[in-house]
Structures are given as C-alpha cells and as structure tokens.
Design a binder for this molecule. Structure first.
Ligand code: 0RA
Length: 655
C-alpha cells in the first residue's frame, strides 16, 4: 500500500480481489498471451476494446489514444462514463469494481451488447494489475470522478474532483505498464495505429485518433464512412478491381453481418474474416457460410442466364475465389473459438446465418447489376481454364517426380540427420555465398539450398507458370510438403527454413520474393513459426586478434566508441573502401554474404549459439498481404512510398 491511511479502508473485503490480481501478476502470460512486444501492445487494445464496446452499444463515437512522453498511454472515449455509484453488495464504487475485479467489465450493464474483446478479452483490471500506476477519470452526472491505482491497488476511494459540462460524459484511462513485468519493450506507433485503423474500418460510426507524443508528435485520425467497402478498397489499393464493390449488410437470427468484396485481375484469394472485431485467421463457420453461398449463388446465376458455355468445365469454389478480396465481419453473442490459435469460429448457427443472408442479398445484387455478374462469371471461367492447365502441369511434374522429396534437387546440400524438428535449411542468395555456407555449416543438421539470381514473382504468375520455375521447384521438393491447397506443414523436412540474402537492395528484393512465395503457397510454414530471416552482419571491426561484428551503423559506432576510435573518421572513408584502418582498428564492410569466409559466416550468421534470426510471423495477415502487394504488385507509386518509409519493413512483420 502506498499510503498507510488507506490500509484499513482497503483490507478485508479486498482479499479476494488482490488474490485475483496477484494471480495476474504472477502469471501475466496466462492473461495477455506473453510479456514481450505482443502482450505489451495488447494492454492498449484491452483498454480500447472497452471503449469500442461502449461505441457498439451506441453511446460513444470518438476514441482518442495518446502515447505519452514517459511511455504511459492514455485512452479516452465520449461514452456514458463507467458508473461510479456505490455497489451495495461490494461496499464500494462500481468504477473501482470494474478496475480491480477480474472479468467485472460488463457486470453493470445487463442490456449491453458486449461483443468486442481482444484475443484474450480479459478486461481492464488485468491492465491495471500489470501497470505501475493507472489513473481513471470519469465524466458523468455533470461531475468528474477520479481514482488512481498502483499495480492494481486503489490508492484512495473514488473522488469527485470537479464539474463536467452537462453534455460531457466519458472515460479516460491512463496507465504506465510495469517495468518489473515488461522489460525492454517500447510502444510502436505503427503497431497500435494499424490496429486502430482496422477497428475504424470494422466500426464505421467511430472516429479513432492516435498520437505519439514521444517524438515529433506523429498522429493519425481514422474514420471510414464506407466501412468495409473502404477496407476492401484499401486492401486492393494496388490491384485493379473489375467491378464496383459488392456490399452486404444485415442481420440474420440476431447475428449482425457485414460483408464487402470485389474481384480484381489477379490470381490470389484474399479473404479476411472477423468475429467481434477479432481477425479469425483460421476462419470458421462464418467463412464457410460465405464461401458456400458465393459458389452456389454464382453457379445458379450463371446457369440461369446461360453464361457457362456447353461442354465447358464446371466452376468450382476455388474458381469463384481467384482474384477475390473480401472482408467478412460478424458480431456473435457467445462466440466459440477453436483451432490452434483460438481464431476459428465454431458456432454452427453462424454458418447458416451468413449463408442465408449472402444467398439472398447477392442474388438480389446480381439481378440489379447484370453487367457486374457477367464480368465476374467470365473471370471465373478463365480461372477454371487456368486451373485445368495447372492441374495438367502438376500431374506431369508429379509423374516425373519433380515436386516430391524422393527427388531432391542437385543443388541442395542436405543435412545428415533426418529428424525435421532439429533440421534447418538455409536458402542462400547466390552460388558463392552458397559455397561458403556449405563449407561453414554444421552438416549434421544444416542444409543449404543456393538460389541462382532472382526467383519468380509469384504475385504476377499463375500456378502453371510457377510450377515451371526451377528455383521454386527446388524449394518445393527440398521442403517436401507440397504446395498451395495441398501443402501440409507436418511433412516439412525441416523445422526451420532460414532465408539468407545480402544486406543490400537486391538482397531485400530477393527476400521479399521468397516471402511472397511462402506467404502465398506455404503459409502454414509461416503461421507455424518455421520461416526465419538470417541476420548477417554489415561490418567487422578488428582490433588486434579480436573481431567484433556490427549489424548496423549504430552498432558499429558503439563498438568504435568502446575501442575509443572516432566514428567520424570512419564514416568518410568506409563508403569508398570496404576496409578502413584507424588507430590499429580495421573496419570491413561486407558488401555481400559471398565476401565472408565460411568460418566468419558460421560465427556471425549460422551458429545457433551466437546468431540472431528473425522469425517471420503473420501478426496481421491483412497488413502482410498489403505489404506484399505493394512490394510485388504492379503499381509503382505506393511501392516507392512504402520503401522510402519502411526501409526495414521485415522487422515490422516480426512483432
Ligand atoms: C457499464 C455501464 C455503463 C457504462 C460502461 C459500462 C462503460 C464502460 C467503459 C469502459 C471504457 N469506457 C466505458 N464507457 C462506459 C453505463 C450504464 C448507464 O449509464 O446506464
């Protein structure tokens, strides 16, 4: 207790509360997933979710988030304000109960339509327990109320601290994440802003602003009147849609459903589904309902209007999803989440609700927009033809054994043990780096697959052409787990696939091409955390017999500082010469992996004891997809802008 005077007031009755919050502090990961960057950012989402609930109930339309200079975060909304009246059975204010009792959030509002909630949906008391301090200010009944907490404990009872304008109501929460629990983590504006933008697309009545007071006051305000229509347009910013966006909104059996979709002249399927504002990466019944209705309705429409020519192949579900970008958002009262990452909706009633609504509304839309209907069916027929051609190509390569692991590529230097869990494959740019890697590796568990030049951009090619590409075929057979819809990550011959490319523009281009391939055709490998990016050093600083490696300029300067060499002198010469000598210290700048000898490559980049590798994750599939499309698609301008803004984008994928 920070203040002795309050000990009596807050004793006995609080024991069960403290127990609850103590449990949170003891095992934070059980409540917020982890105590790394992900869990840390989740704290903000947890607080924002409460404001979103208030907005979905129809009482708030504005949410403001500020990252303060001291790394505390403020979240404010213009809702009704958390009730502050005394709870007879608790002997204290409702506000205090909400802030200190696990899962107390919705308790005081039985009619509330409480559907939002982060992945964990644990409530603001968890954030309170994990905060060094937290302050809440409620405007309600023309008054302003205040309470402060330390690691979840109230400092004093709720206090009236002033008058609010009669019309002004709302809740403002400011919290400082506890450094005892979250070590060495900082808020990233982009991570928070991206989620706020997503929430604004999903809840079109809300305006969300986010500001970073730490440096430069970066700020963004999100409000999308068009909701999911604008979301789909944003996702397809770099693709060319072939018709106006189809929008379906309605309620079936008490389930609000909102869907927007459009087709573009590309080959991939991009469906994002949400339940209560949570991205259901693994899909579920709402997605199945949508797909079923899409296939059935389009097939009915095509045959009714004689759009499918006699003797042509049948249109399958896959054909109706080629080049499709869609967002599906449903609000489910009691969602059942299943699957490995608990992001798959299990409620069976939701399937029929979505299927029925889409069936009705899409048929109506097609009757009213025959031009759009014909364009889509034409596109799907071309997809069916390409699918047929790809199947033939695949059958042919299968018969020749080109894609299975019985026929390992000649360029692969495989490892000697064959327990996938302990084996890793380095995909290496260039034959010379490949040579060094082969000599430097630990051949028991490390395999090397050198790549010749650039691989095919799978974003711009259909499956037929992709299967003709030698480098891609090599990767498929080396991994040995199939590809696309046939891909089975459990068959992967390696537990880690590590991309090792040069630290220059070409290298990052090749890395993007590789990531695009894995994202589109072996996505499960990414979601299972099996894809990594190697981190070769940029500099070697040599003093006497000692070698130091630096992975960027600032690390190099730090080393020089330790060795008491001015980095100024180095800056000037190192651009010209890859080797610079100052005061007996030699600095070499690696232009490419090939410049490192096998031993150096092992020491810096491949030795599991000393290396760093970045794990590639799909924290936000929507954003990853966008990045890939920007970097790999046809439009040039967004790509240039993006590269200028995020030279190290891969790090952003890796939170
Ligand atoms: C329960 C009841 C009422 C408001 C809220 C919860 C509420 C909670 C949060 C959390 C963040 N912002 C919030 N805004 C409101 C009000 C019930 C009433 O006024 O009748």
């Amino acid at each position: 207790m920070p203040n002795d005077k309050n000990v009596n007031e807050y004793s006995g009755k609080d024991i069960h509360v403290l127990k609850g919050l103590e449990a949170v502090r003891k095992r934070p990961a059980m409540y917020i997933g982890d105590i790394g960057p992900r869990g840390f950012h989740h704290l903000v989402n947890e607080v924002v979710d409460n404001s979103i609930d208030e907005a979905l109930a129809g009482y708030a339309d504005y949410i403001s988030i500020v990252i303060n200079k001291d790394e505390s975060v403020m979240v404010e909304d213009n809702g009704r304000g958390i009730p502050v009246d005394m709870q007879p059975d608790e002997g204290r204010s409702a506000l205090e109960v909400v802030m200190t009792v696990l899962h107390a959030g919705g308790k005081f509002d039985k009619n509330s339509y409480k559907v939002s909630g982060g992945l964990h949906g644990v409530g603001v008391s968890v954030v309170n327990a994990l905060s060094e301090w937290l302050q809440v200010e409620v405007k309600r009944n023309g008054k302003v109320y205040f309470q402060e907490y330390r690691r979840g404990d109230p400092v004093k009872p709720v206090k009236e601290i002033g008058n609010a304008k009669k019309s002004g109501t709302g809740t403002k929460t400011t919290f400082m994440p506890d450094k005892e629990i979250f070590k060495n983590v900082k808020f990233k504006f982009d991570i928070l802003a991206e989620r706020m933008r997503e929430l604004a697309y999903l809840n079109k009545t809300i305006t969300i602003s986010i500001k970073d007071e730490r440096n430069g006051g970066e700020e963004a305000v999100y409000h999308f009147k068009g909701g999911l229509i604008e979301f789909v347009k944003y996702l397809d910013e770099t693709r060319e849609p072939i018709h106006k966006t189809v929008y379906i909104e309605g309620e079936k059996d008490g389930t609000p459903i909102e869907i927007a979709f459009q087709y573009s002249d590309t080959y991939n399927e991009n469906i994002f589904s949400y339940v209560n504002n949570i991205n259901t990466h693994e899909g579920g019944t709402h997605l199945v309902g949508f797909k079923t209705a899409l296939t059935r309705t389009f097939n009915n429409y095509a045959s009714k209007n004689n759009l499918v020519k006699e003797g042509k192949i049948n249109l399958t579900g896959d054909d109706f999803r080629e080049g499709l970008t869609a967002v599906i958002s449903v609000k489910v009262q009691e969602p059942q989440f299943e699957g490995q990452t608990k992001t798959k909706l299990g409620n069976s009633e939701t399937k029929s609700a979505v299927e029925t609504l889409v069936g009705e509304k899409l048929a109506e839309f097609l009757e009213e927009n025959p031009g759009v209907g014909k364009k889509i069916i034409d596109k799907c027929m071309r997809a069916a033809e390409a699918r047929e051609a790809a199947r033939k190509a695949r059958d042919l390569s299968r018969r020749k054994g080109a894609l299975d692991s019985m026929n390992l590529p000649g360029k692969l230097a495989d490892c000697s043990i064959n327990d996938p869990e302990h084996c890793e494959m380095y995909i290496v740019e260039g034959n010379s780096a490949g040579g060094s890697a082969k000599m430097g590796r630990d051949r028991r568990f490390q395999a090397i697959l050198p790549l010749r030049g650039k691989i095919l951009n799978v974003e711009k090619a259909n499956l037929h052409r992709i299967l003709e590409n030698a480098e891609i075929k090599n990767m498929i057979s080396a991994i040995g787990a199939g590809l696309g819809t046939d891909f089975d990550a459990s068959k992967s011959r390696y537990g880690k696939v590590i991309l090792m490319t040069d630290a220059d523009v070409d290298g990052s281009h090749i890395r993007t091409l590789l990531l695009t391939f894995f994202y589109r055709y072996m996505q499960e490998l990414i979601t299972q955390g099996k894809v990594y990016i190697a981190q070769p050093p940029l500099y070697k600083v040599k003093k006497g017999k000692e070698d130091f490696y630096a992975f960027d300029d600032s690390e190099r300067d730090e080393i020089l500082k330790r060795l008491k060499v001015s980095s100024k002198a180095v800056e000037v010469v190192s651009e010209e010469n890859s080797e610079t000598q100052t005061k007996g210290v030699t600095i070499s700048r690696y232009k490419g992996l090939g410049e490192m000898n096998p031993e150096q490559l092992w020491d810096t980049t491949m030795n599991p004891e000393t290396r760093t590798v970045l794990q590639v994750t799909l924290e936000s599939a929507a954003n990853a997809d966008k990045i890939f499309e920007i970097l790999m698609g046809d439009a040039v301008e967004p790509r240039r802008e993006f590269i200028e803004k995020n030279a190290k984008y891969v790090r952003n994928l890796d939170i």
